[in-house]
Design a protein around this ligand. Structure first.
Ligand code: PLP
Length: 376
């Protein structure tokens, strides 16, 4: 049976060029980048080079890049490292890596999203308090793809003298990012969402941003993150972002056409279907589809049996009985939220796969609706 992968927001495979670039760092150039001898210096050189490439990808200076173990650690470092002892403003549609970290601070205000899944910057302004130490709003939502007005939020933060962190995990590699131009103090990226392996990420930290380490140990990463550097991971991330700088725009246009084709076909062929966040600007690869009267987990399993991998919410919360907090924050009912699936496209997908997924959706939705006690 064929297996078609439509879950690139959960993770992506390591691309051949990334694997090729990182392998020598696991076998030949294995020194500890903090060692003074030749082996250490070889590793240090590659780490510095990787840092320069990741910095260029984000429009930053090399010393503004902290390598981390991924998106979760970058988000935690930003929130806990800059917000300790204070009040945080986050949006209600953030990834748990931000929401759970914010809960560790003294106080947190969650600003809402509208029915399109977009945050109003004025709500962020209204939530400011004298003890606010950090604002964190994601660049694009992982479930709906809705792009958030982070530039405007960064301006509000700058006026108030509060650092703004942006979780860009679902944007990096899908749209060009210039962190200084966005005006943000910190920006999170994660390797495994852009064809590098799991276990590597980075946090852009604008010069002068007060940030304390959350992993205590050696003075690695300019004292911002203790722990022997993952040079192979950094080099993998370097190769991944280099590919994106060269081919990202073309690939995004290709994937956008596929996503639009999928939405048009599904809306035309399946009645009582909606695109969540349709009214918002969205990253090119993501669609969140709602089928009235369907249970999304049943649909996910039916599609999996036919060889199609999609998601019924954020991957990390799949299996949890709760409906998506993102869709609820947009004002959907629990039933509506539980009848929505996410398809996120990527490099492996083709027109033929999109057409096959459409046909599978037509079959599965019709079948499940026949069995549905709520679909009239
Ligand atoms: N932030 C967002 C928006 C995400 O989608 C994810 C992963 O799904 C993360 C953070 C966590 O990243 P990582 O899996 O690299 O820890």
């Amino acid at each position: 049976m064929h297996r078609y992968y439509f879950d690139h927001n959960a993770t992506t495979p390591v691309s051949p060029e990334v694997l090729e670039a990182m392998l020598p760092l696991l076998s030949d150039v294995y020194g500890n980048a903090s060692s003074v001898h030749h082996f250490g210096q070889m590793a240090r050189q590659r780490l510095d080079q990787a840092r320069a490439s990741v910095a260029r990808f984000l429009g930053a200076a090399p010393e503004e890049i902290v390598f981390t173990s991924g998106g979760t650690e970058s988000d935690n470092l930003a929130l806990l490292g800059a917000g300790r002892g204070g009040h945080a403003i986050v949006s209600a549609i953030e990834h748990p890596a931000v929401l759970a970290a914010a809960e560790q601070l003294s106080a947190v205000t969650k600003v809402p999203a509208d029915s399109r899944g977009v945050v109003d910057p004025q709500d962020v302004r209204r939530a400011l308090r004298p003890d606010t130490k950090i604002i964190s709003v994601m660049h694009a939502n992982n479930e709906t793809g809705a792009i958030q007005p982070v530039e405007e939020i960064a301006r509000i933060g700058a006026e108030a003298g509060i650092p703004v962190h942006v979780d860009g995990v679902q944007v990096a590699g899908r749209m060009p990012v210039d962190a200084p131009r966005l005006g943000v103090a910190m920006y999170t990226i994660s390797g495994h969402k852009l064809y590098a392996p799991k276990g590597v990420g980075a946090l852009y930290v604008r010069k002068g941003t007060p940030l304390r380490a959350i992993l205590h140990g050696g003075k690695h990463e300019r004292g911002r993150r203790g722990g022997t550097e993952n040079v192979a991971g950094a080099v993998a991330l370097e190769r991944a972002v280099e590919w994106m700088m060269e081919h990202g725009a073309q690939e995004a246009a290709r994937v956008a056409a596929l996503r639009d084709r999928l939405e048009q076909q599904v809306l035309a062929r399946i009645p009582d279907t909606h695109v969540n966040s349709a009214g918002a600007a969205r990253v090119a690869n993501t669609t969140n589809l709602r089928f009235d009267g369907i249970d999304s987990d049943a649909l996910l399993i039916a599609l999996d049996l036919k060889g199609f991998a999609v998601s019924s919410g954020a991957a990390c919360s799949s299996g949890a009985p709760e409906p998506s907090h993102v869709l609820l924050a947009m004002g959907l009912t629990r039933e509506q939220a539980r009848s929505s699936i996410r398809c996120s496209l990527g490099r492996s997908n083709t027109v033929e796969q999109v057409d096959a997924l459409t046909a599978a959706l037509v079959d599965c939705v019709a079948h499940l609706r026949k069995l549905s006690p709520v679909y009239a």
